[in-house]
Design a protein. Structure first.
Length: 212
């Protein structure tokens, strides 16, 4: 049975347990759950930075993965034992099995119903198996093979320059911490790609000077 929490301030609809119920999987646990899934998913966000570095640099409150919206049906089938919830615009709304995420939303929280725990956020993005497209500005594209790497154990993740591009908008404390952690490990090609992307998407961004 799914528990409903009272909506936090500013939230108009909330299905499922409260925000404090986030007990996310690790990337390795998620990969185990998704073993054999044909969708082109990859870990994104702060965990992508740590997978690139090969070590955990900070605590992560959640786990985010991304998958092309056109492949979400495959992901839904793989997560059929869990309750998915479409999230955005002040709503956390139960998504019935087989129903697509509304076109104006791109987040889907995965609820482990017996544990009443949020386990993962499935982010929907444009693009397809061949092409990665930056969700916030579709002028920015790259070959998916250029943007997605894998750990030695085979866990796919967005390369740090892509993860940092998403983080550049907020410049939260954790985003600044991720930049500081990974910046020394970025090669010239990654720095150049991120500089060019920031100039296009966020002209004059404070990180440009730090990228050299």
């Amino acid at each position: 049975m799914e528990v409903k929490a009272d909506p936090p301030d500013g939230v108009t609809h909330w299905d499922g347990p409260p925000l404090s119920a986030w007990t996310p999987w690790t990337p390795r646990e998620a990969a185990g759950r998704l073993a054999g899934v044909t969708a082109d998913w990859a870990v994104v966000g702060g965990w992508a930075i740590d997978l690139f570095l090969g070590r955990q640099t900070r605590k992560h409150e959640d786990l985010e993965i991304a998958v092309p919206r056109s492949q979400f049906e495959v992901m839904q089938a793989a997560l059929a034992e869990f309750a998915l919830h479409a999230v955005g615009d002040g709503e956390v709304r139960f998504l019935p099995p087989g129903q697509p995420t509304p076109p104006d939303k791109h987040q889907n929280w995965v609820l482990d119903v017996p544990a009443q725990a949020w386990r993962m956020d499935v982010m929907l993005e444009p693009g397809d198996a061949a092409t990665w497209v930056f969700r916030r500005d579709r002028r920015l594209t790259a070959a998916r093979g250029r943007m997605i790497a894998r750990t030695a154990e085979g866990v796919p993740f967005l390369r740090p320059e892509g993860a940092l591009l998403y983080k550049a908008k907020g410049q939260r404390e954790k985003d600044e911490a991720d930049l500081a952690s990974v910046l020394p490990a970025l090669d010239d090609a990654a720095r150049a790609w991120l500089r060019d992307a920031l100039v296009l998407v966020h002209p004059g961004h404070a990180w440009l000077e730090r990228l050299g």
